[in-house]
Design a protein around this ligand. Structure first.
Ligand code: NAP
Length: 541
């Protein structure tokens, strides 16, 4: 079957396809499954040697998903939903990777995934109306390209003077050795206190001799309360998956919480009622904590009240008041990605765990023997960079994509990413981004968000095939409107008030633009509406 341009899946030219998908994580695998089922000749290129994306690379100690297992899974096949057994409330990385492998095997996906293949250039060939992808394993040509490259797939390693002189091993949480790392007997330095560090620190602390954490910004974290998954709960989800999935899709982050969302204002509640509600959610654990009120990320006064509750908890948990003070954040709560933890603050009560505040005096340099801050050398045998990612745009921009007229995506996005619906880019016909900037993506449960995007793209490709349409391209006006829309929605919230990776603020020199779109259900409605209205805002040719 072909898209109507003579490019055949039975092709004598193995490098020519209807669709090339970049990335074999959850987005790429589902894209391949769906497009194959619709008769398209689709192939996936993937730089790793196996499937899993984020869960392939992020194998650091304690890596675990913050979305509960029963909701962090595909919904496209009821048989898959029924047969897979999750073991914990939140799945650890090895279990999620096993699930990804199971999906790849079950649907025989690997036969169309070209592993260890890194994309180096992507150019739109105007005359042939095709994309040309140069990889380190040869050239691919395709009518369409789907960027299933993930939101957090290019690591951020800050440039510290002397880093290359360090005598011991260094690791990044987002590129962890597959054989694991044995920290026993070692003095370990961890740089960073984001979600990855919050998970890794307690586990590394349990193994190593000394742990020194270099903290630039203290972080709020709420107990995850992970535990073995109750078999009755699993059975309940399996029996009611259709209704529960529909309920998930109706939530603003595409996930159902353990306690009902409450929409009143935190600032309006009496002391006792406020504390009771917060205490209950602190005990239940997870993101339900942030859904105790409707205005936690909307109103500064309400936000401060919730933040103070967590600050008080840090004071209760951490024995040494000086340590507690250093660990206590003062910025807006939840304007950076909220963290969930297992014994994070408790870890700092252990005598072999040290905290170095690098907010006022940044890390000066790395020496052969350790990390130097304000003239003091902190000796370590190994360094863990838990320093995050060049999020949402990093991987796309590194692929050297050029569109119509040879315009570089890097230039088109010079003042921040510009997309229409987070799905298409003006001047880059037939290129789709799954969970691209301008879509709910990282502000939602990623797997439902991925499924929604891939389903939309698949419907679009079928519509184009039926109408013998060869190109679809976001119109510049629609793109400009969408960029304004995303900014306007973000400006209604407190999200832009922190130096977060949502804004690109973690990467020196990166333009600060709020990249994801808050609110999953209204977004889904807009996407449906656009498709039903003959792809309004896209030019079809
Ligand atoms: P991150 O949230 O960006 O945290 C990076 C940390 O490194 C921050 O504490 C940052 O400090 C620090 N840092 C960066 N550059 C530094 C420098 N030059 N000097 C000192 N400190 C520096 O990265 P992440 O923890 O890998 O998490 C990224 C995202 O991945 C999360 O927000 C989440 O969406 C996802 N994730 C999810 C899970 C999960 O589901 N459980 C787990 C891990 C990650 P500042 O805060 O001062 O910038």
């Amino acid at each position: 079957m072909s898209t109507g341009d003579g490019v055949s899946s039975n092709g004598h030219e193995p490098s020519v396809h209807d669709v090339v998908v970049v990335g074999a994580g959850f987005a790429g695998m589902y894209t391949l499954y769906t497009l194959r089922g619709l008769g398209f000749d689709a192939v996936v290129v993937e730089r790793a040697d196996d499937v899993g994306g984020t869960w392939y690379w992020n194998r650091y100690p304690g890596a675990r998903c913050d979305v509960e297992s029963m909701q962090y899974s595909y919904s496209f096949d009821p048989a898959l939903e029924q047969e897979w057994e999750w073991s914990e409330r939140y799945s650890g990385q090895p279990e999620i990777l096993r699930y990804a492998n199971h999906v790849a095997d079950r649907y025989d996906l690997r036969r169309d995934i070209h592993f260890e293949t890194t994309v180096q250039r992507v150019d739109w060939d105007e005359d042939a109306c095709r994309w040309v992808l140069q990889t380190d394993r040869g050239t691919y040509r395709a009518r369409f390209v789907v960027m299933a490259t993930g939101c957090l797939s290019t690591t951020n390693v800050p440039r510290f003077d002397g880093a290359e002189t360090f005598a011991g091993p260094t690791f990044h949480t987002g590129n962890w050795p597959h054989e694991g790392v044995d920290f026993s007997g070692l003095s370990v330095g961890v740089i960073g206190t984001g979600s990855s560090a919050v998970q890794a620190i307690p586990v590394i602390a349990a193994e190593c001799r000394e742990l020194t954490v270099f903290q630039r910004t203290p972080n709020y974290t709420v107990p995850a309360r992970n535990q073995p998954l109750d078999p009755d709960e699993q059975a309940h989800w399996k029996q009611n998956y259709r209704e529960l999935r529909a309920e998930m899709f109706a939530q603003r982050a595409a996930m159902v919480q353990r306690l009902p969302d409450i929409e009143d204002a935190a600032k309006d509640l009496g002391e006792q009622e406020f504390n009771e509600r917060m205490e209950e959610r602190w005990e239940v654990g997870g993101f339900t904590f942030y859904r105790a009120f409707g205005d936690v990320v909307l109103d500064a006064e309400s936000n401060e009240r919730v933040a103070q509750f967590v600050r008080d908890k840090i004071g209760e948990v951490v024995d040494d008041p000086e340590m507690a003070a250093k660990l206590t954040p003062h910025n807006t709560i939840a304007c950076k990605r909220p963290c969930l933890d297992t014994n994070y603050y408790e870890t700092f009560n252990q005598p072999h765990v040290h905290l170095v505040d690098v907010s006022a005096t940044p890390i000066e340099r790395i020496s052969p023997a350790g990390v130097v801050v304000d003239g003091t050398e902190y000796p370590v045998d190994a360094i863990v960079y838990a320093t995050g990612f060049d999020a949402m745009t990093g991987t796309l921009l590194r692929m050297n994509i050029t569109g119509r007229g040879g315009v570089r995506l890097a230039d088109h996005w010079d003042a921040g990413p510009r997309t229409y619906l987070g799905l298409g880019v003006a001047g880059f016909p037939n290129m789709f981004t799954v969970s691209g900037p301008g879509s709910p993506s990282v502000l939602s449960n990623m797997i439902p968000s991925i499924e929604q995007h891939v389903d939309w793209i698949a419907r679009c490709l079928v519509d184009l095939r039926e109408r013998s349409t060869t190109t679809i391209e976001a119109e510049p006006d629609a793109e400009a409107y969408w960029v304004d829309h995303v900014n306007a929605v973000a400006d209604l919230t407190l999200y832009p008030t922190c130096n977060s990776w949502y804004l690109g603020a973690n990467i020196p020199g990166k333009t600060r633009v709020f990249m994801p779109l808050p609110g999953f259900p209204p977004y889904v409605e807009i996407c449906e509406d656009v498709a039903s209205d003959n792809y309004r805002g896209f030019a079809l040719a």
